[in-house]
Design a protein around this ligand. Structure first.
Ligand code: GLV
Ligand code: MN
Ligand code: MN
Ligand code: MN
Length: 404
């Protein structure tokens, strides 16, 4: 039998399905994400919560003590966008669990002891504009409004255009220190993106840290030409340098214990079978606990790609899209979470989250829910209905303790 948390998640099942890649494709500020955000606002309004869209596109739904302002609030939530061909749980589980946790808390009290806000962040994956955690980076000042306004997606749509469709004025985005000046705590619940809980035989864990990670975009400029008439020795083929770039990332990461290096996206321009490309692009992602190791890997990889470009008579540009240092969640908040959830183990993760960005400005923690496949950013990602409900109950317990 399904559980109330699973029932809420099931309401989203038809939004943003990807018939070609499988799973879901819900790019930030695109149609599917906006439909999901509208669903959330409707759910929040139906519960009598005060719904607000802030100037960086973060949705807030407030439950306030009688006559109280919003100071000293506890906040919880996650995101509703996805990677291309992603699963149903990365992001949405944290949002529906926030609603379910509110329902559980509301059963016991007409008013909360502290303000509680359920929050939804836009474009967490950075799948559309390249910068992950776009909303939380803007609000904390980790991304400048000028840089955000300069971003474009793969179809050439600009961030300002997309923002306007989502009801965000791109001229007013940017740091909002007042909003976070007086937040007591933020807890993000998320499906686990590895096998930690499955191996431990536990449904829910408390987060401790996130690896340092970054993303880079490589442009390799060569000379477009005819596949049949251009002699092999006359070519400046960026695809050949690109092939070496993929191995550069893989081999650099393999040489360092616990490092991760991924090339998950490529583009050949103009992209014809009988056309030597004039340009080839790739995007890579590097992660390690120690940010200086990430920087060293980057230097090694960049050097190798430049050399590969040179051999082929191509020029190479490497642009940093985003970088985040290692995050250690607030130890005092973690102690409070551990006291509220004494059976929950403590886990580290290699996955980035809005909680990792907000940890730089407010006491922040995370809860993870067991994922039997151990897989994420793929359609197999999941949680059993019972575990999803256990996650919401744990979240309600944690929030209740933090609101005391
Ligand atoms: C987000 O899920 C990331 O870690 O890339
Ligand atoms: Mn996520
Ligand atoms: Mn993700
Ligand atoms: Mn460039």
């Amino acid at each position: 039998m399904s559980t109330p948390t699973a029932d809420l998640l099931a309401e989203l099942a038809d939004i943003g399905r990807d018939p070609v890649r499988g799973g879901y494709t819900r790019p930030g500020l695109g149609e599917a994400e906006l439909e999901l955000r509208a669903w959330f606002m409707e759910q929040a309004a139906r519960r009598g919560l005060e719904v607000e869209l802030d100037r960086n596109g973060i949705v807030w739904a407030w439950w306030l003590p009688e006559g109280s302002d919003r100071s000293g609030a506890v906040i919880t939530g996650s995101h509703l966008d996805s990677v291309p061909g992603g699963g149903a749980y990365d992001g949405p589980l944290g949002v529906v669990s926030a609603l379910r946790a509110f329902d559980l808390l509301r059963e016991g009290a007409e008013f909360p002891t502290r303000p509680l806000a359920l929050v939804v962040f836009p474009e967490e994956e950075g799948s559309r504009f390249g910068v992950p955690c776009l909303g939380s980076r803007l609000v904390t000042g980790a991304l400048t409004p000028e840089r955000a306004r300069s971003l474009t997606d793969a179809d050439g749509a600009t961030f300002p255009e997309a923002a306007r469709t989502a009801g965000i004025d791109p001229d007013t985005i940017g740091p909002d220190p007042e909003r976070f000046a007086d937040i007591h705590a933020f807890v993000e619940l998320h499906v686990e993106q590895g096998r930690g809980l499955e191996d431990l035989g536990q449904p829910v864990a408390i987060g401790r840290s996130i690896l340092a990670h970054g993303r880079w975009h490589v442009e390799i400029h060569g000379r477009g030409d005819h596949a049949g008439t251009t002699r092999m020795q006359d070519r400046h083929d960026p695809m050949v340098a690109l092939a070496d770039a993929i191995l550069a990332v893989r081999e650099a990461a393999e040489q360092v214990d616990e490092a991760r290096g991924t090339v998950g996206r490529l583009r050949a321009i103009p992209g014809g079978t009988n056309v030597i490309a004039s340009r080839a692009d790739l995007w890579f992602d590097l992660r390690h606990r120690d940010e200086s190791v990430v920087r060293e890997l980057l230097a090694r990889i960049t050097e190798r790609i430049r050399a590969a470009g040179e051999r082929e008579g191509c020029t190479v540009e490497v642009h940093e899209e985003s970088f985040s240092g290692e995050v250690r969640f607030d130890p005092q908040l973690r102690t409070r979470l551990e006291a509220a959830l004494p059976d929950a183990p403590v886990l580290d993760t290699g996955a980035g989250h809005d909680a990792g960005v907000l940890a730089s400005v407010i006491p922040t923690g995370m809860l993870y829910v067991r994922n039997p496949s151990g897989t994420s950013h793929a359609p197999d990602e999941g949680a059993s209905d019972d575990d999803a409900e256990a996650g919401s109950v744990a979240l309600a317990t944690a929030l209740e303790a933090l609101m005391r």
